[in-house]
Design a protein around this ligand. Structure first.
Ligand code: HT7
Ligand code: ZN
Length: 873
């Protein structure tokens, strides 16, 4: 497979102004007729051939302006169709045939549970018809869908319904028109036995929008939360960005087989059922929040992605980074803002930092790719969102909002670049963002070494910041970045934020300093008392910040910092220092001793609880094994596990009564609601229960069993089940698993939780359990959710996946090899944990590499080929 380069971008020679499609649906032989209205661009020469993308299509007819073409007039290859001579303006008609039921890759038109559905981003439309499958060709669409009246009573496509009726032989049709020009990746069609719930939304200018959520009948009871989330998102986009919805109808459809979370097709969003269905009996608080976030994300794309789209796929982060930032802000406002930030950053620092430090590291705007679906990554999405957040931090919300208004107004209906977006921000703020653009082209996580000194004699605080970005594959030399550091100085006597004066300017008690050089010193004057600096507040830039905080400084910030995020971060840093010592002790075979300062800090937190219980729950949660691993030069899986368990148990023993009191104080028999208050209370109660179960406290075990049996809501049931199953007591684990598995055998999304809980156990027999569960009737390699729940979750089980006999690696490689044929996109994503081999000890490195080499010897899809090749380079 050959890479595509950003530097080779050429505007399209031909545009499609209007697209007419007719689908005659059949599981094995769907016929697609296309009538494309095509115009040559003024910049293209008359002898420019017409090149259309097309894959896995059987071409049955081809006509230009009604005249059939002969075999000499065109060529069809594996990549598409080429017609040497075409007029400047013409209609091209084609008819192709395809087999949705055999499409296990879930790209293009496929069947899920008998339902027809499409996934066209990034390059799936070429599996539906011959077309310029690139985002900078935008066309209006008219779509006729013909299906079986019984089998597919519902026929949906983008835009507005214009006609429907019956046909012969039990067939019927529906015609849809989308007046908004769109790239073909936003095309969608759904047909099947679906049922809807409806609602309405009145936009602020008075447009009445009909909202429909389409699901299979048995899921009708799980739609309320998504519908509520949609209405909240529609209102928020009006209030925060002045963006209204632009069609009379907005539809969401839930499908069971879907490669990602959801897809923002114009007016017809298609969702993975896991990302839209939620009911208190079957979904956890986390799942409710995920649904709200994804519904909002897809809705927000209507402006950031659909009305203004990407010129080419190298610009993917233009729509994804901006839209993730938008959905993060929405969720922060509807839930607890510091907790949302803590959860996003914890995930980011664990997973995106790892990606940025590994062999698949790439810039937020890559300069080449082999397979674009491999680039729907944490870097494009989450780091892209952090870059947009930095822009907001640098220019302030008012200028940011003005920049966004400019962007939407100037580029409405166009396919544009990241420069176009950043230029709008620069114009609105007057800030030079030239250097800032390096964030898009430079891969790797910048590290900042910070050092501070208080000059008592002059009342000055000197803060020196030094930045460096490590080399990444293909990028050895890095330039300094423009980094916003939000900060304050917390007085050690007063415990208050001190007034900040920099270069004679009075900046209030919190400011954003701009780091642009390799090294810069900022001198704060009139600093009345010795401070502890609170740096990178709210994680104002996606960097690793090193500051030589003492444990006393951290304990101080944990209680005194006015920034909720940094209070939490101080606790994490404090715990990390203790964990580092314990990891070393474990490795050296020395007796482990718990740092009493951590115990005392936790005691203070529990006694003097902050008002936000959700923040407290986060503060009481230790860094995950994956995060701890990220901090180690060479990952010692067993030492990390042992050290973390030791800290958990030491805290549980020392603070047993406090955790018990916290549990009791936060129990509730109120009817379930996914409100921020209830979610906070449940999370705090469940954190306390985890500590009690870590020492198998007798009363704690009874409470855990009671919580499982009470069956009040899935959050509590799942948490209790996890603790029972992850305990060392089979008499607790087995009956609970059996009860749960039998009760929910009919519900695939709950069975996914059942799979995940079992394969995440720390006990060593898990590998056999994975193999056994792969043969379970509820498991299927063809369903991405099942694969993620069982195999993906097992690969996150650090002690078991990284077994020293290599069985964990071999199991993953076996699955990747099988999936490579069925669903290359999911296969490529699944390899990720193996690509991180350089982070482990020699023995594991050899084992992991040899599995990658075994995969490499297979005939590979371009997806898997690209990942394995990078991993072994
Ligand atoms: N924009 C959507 C991307 C997506 C996708 C990409 C590749 C293969 C399958 C896919 N399904 C959805 C999702 C989003 O970011 O909103
Ligand atoms: Zn998106």
């Amino acid at each position: 497979p050959q890479p595509v380069y950003l530097s080779d971008y050429q505007p399209p020679a031909y545009r499609v102004t209007h697209t007419e499609l007719t689908f005659d649906l059949d599981p094995a032989a769907t016929r697609v007729k296309a009538r494309l209205h095509i115009e040559r661009q003024a910049t293209a020469s008359a002898d420019e051939p017409l090149k259309l993308d097309g894959e896995q299509l059987t071409l049955d007819a081809l006509l230009i302006d009604g005249n059939p073409l002969s075999g000499n007039d065109y060529q069809v290859s594996d990549e598409g169709l080429r017609i040497e001579q075409v007029p400047a303006r013409f209609t091209l008609e084609s008819e192709v045939q395809l087999s949705p039921k055999d499409n296990t890759a879930l790209e293009g038109l496929y069947q899920s549970n008998g339902m027809f559905c499409t996934q066209c981003e990034a390059e799936g439309f070429r599996r539906i018809t011959f077309y310029p499958d690139r985002p900078d060709v935008m066309s209006t669409f008219k779509v006729t869908v013909i299906g079986d009246r019984e089998r597919e009573p519902v026929l949906l496509a983008n835009g507005n319904p214009v006609e429907q009726g019956d046909l012969e032989n039990g067939r019927h049709f529906a015609i849809w028109e989308d007046p908004h020009p769109k790239p073909c990746y936003l095309f969608a069609l759904v047909a099947g036995d679906l049922h809807s719930v409806g609602d309405r939304f009145t936009t602020r200018s008075g447009r009445e929008v009909s909202l429909q959520l389409w699901v299979e009948q048995e899921n009708l009871a799980k739609t309320e939360h998504a519908m509520g989330s949609l209405k909240r998102a529609m209102a928020w986009d009006e209030q925060a960005y002045g963006r209204e919805y632009d069609l009379d109808l907005f539809m969401i459809v839930a499908v069971n087989d879907f490669n990602m979370g959801a897809m923002e097709n114009k007016g017809l969003n298609i969702f993975n059922s896991a990302a839209v269905l939620a009911h208190p009996d079957t979904a956890t608080d986390g799942a409710f929040q995920t649904v709200e976030g994804i519904v909002a994300h897809e809705y927000f794309h209507n402006w950031s992605g659909n009305r203004v789209t990407c010129r080419d796929w190298f610009q993917l982060s233009l729509k994804e980074g901006f839209t993730v930032f938008r959905d993060q802000c929405f969720s922060a406002e509807t839930n607890s803002a510091p907790v949302k930030r803590i959860q996003d950053v914890s995930f980011f620092r664990t997973a995106q930092f790892a990606e940025d430090a590994g062999p698949t590291a790439h810039p937020v705007r890559p300069d080449h790719y082999i397979e674009i679906t491999n680039f729907y990554t944490l870097t494009i999405y989450e780091k892209g969102a952090e870059i947009v957040r930095m822009l907001c931090n640098l220019v302030g919300w008012d200028a940011f909002r003005q920049g966004a208004d400019r962007y939407f107004a100037r580029f409405d209906g166009q396919a544009v670049t990241i420069e176009d977006f950043v230029d709008c921000m620069a114009e609105a703020s007057g800030l030079d963002l030239g250097q800032f653009m390096r964030w898009y082209s430079q891969a790797g996580t910048p590290e900042i070494d910070a050092h501070g000194e208080y000059d008592y004699a002059h009342g000055e605080y000197h803060l020196t910041l030094r930045q460096r970005t490590p080399a990444t594959p293909g990028q050895v030399d890095k330039e300094p970045l423009h980094i916003p550091i939000a900060m304050g100085l917390v007085g050690t006597k007063s415990g208050q934020d001190l007034a900040l004066t920099l270069d004679g300017n009075k900046l209030g008690k919190e400011t954003v300093i701009h780091l642009r050089e390799d090294e810069q010193t900022f001198v704060f004057t009139d600093v009345a008392e010795a401070p502890v600096p609170s740096l990178l507040r709210n994680f104002s830039a996606p960097v690793k910040l090193h500051f030589p905080y003492s444990r006393e400084d951290l304990a101080f910030l944990l209680t005194q910092d006015s920034d909720g995020f940094n209070r939490w971060d101080a606790g994490q840093r404090l715990a990390m220092l203790a964990l580092d010592d314990l990891i070393a002790a474990h490795r050296n075979g020395v007796e482990k001793v718990m740092d009493s300062r951590v115990v005392e800090a936790f005691r203070t937190l529990l006694a003097d609880a902050p008002a936000d219980k959700a923040v407290l729950a986060e503060m009481l949660t230790l860094p995950s094994e994956a995060y701890i691993a990220e901090q180690q030069p060479i990952v010692d899986v067993d030492a990390i596990h042992a050290a973390r368990e030791f800290v958990r148990q030491s805290l549980a023993m020392a603070l047993r009564d406090e955790f018990m009191a916290t549990f009791e104080a936060n129990r509730s028999s109120e009817p379930y609601a996914p409100t921020p208050e209830q979610i906070a209370q449940r999370s705090l109660k469940n954190v306390a229960l985890s500590y009690l179960m870590s020492i198998e406290d007798e009363q704690g075990v009874a409470l855990c069993e009671g919580q499982f049996a009470a069956n009040h809501n899935m959050t509590d049931v799942r948490h209790a089940l996890t603790l029972l199953v992850h305990s060392d007591r089979d008499d607790l684990a087995s009956p609970a698993l059996k009860t749960f598995g039998e009760k929910w055998a009919h519900d695939p999304l709950v069975m996914d939780q059942w799979f995940t809980i079992q394969v995440s156990r720390p006990q060593p027999e898990v590998i056999d359990r994975v193999k056994y569960l792969m043969a379970h009737p509820a498991f299927s390699l063809k369903n991405p959710n099942r694969v993620r729940a069982l195999i993906g979750a097992f690969a996150q089980n650090r002690v078991n996946f990284h077994r020293l006999d290599g069985q964990g690696y071999a199991l993953l490689a076996d699955v990747v090899i099988e999936l490579n044929q069925l669903n290359p996109e999911i296969a490529a994503r699944l390899i990720t944990p193996l690509t991180r081999w350089q982070r482990f000890d020699e023995t594991r490195q050899v084992l992991m590499r040899s599995e990658l080499e075994r995969i490499q010897r297979e005939p590979l899809s371009s997806n898997v080929y690209e990942v394995v090749e990078k991993a072994l380079a």
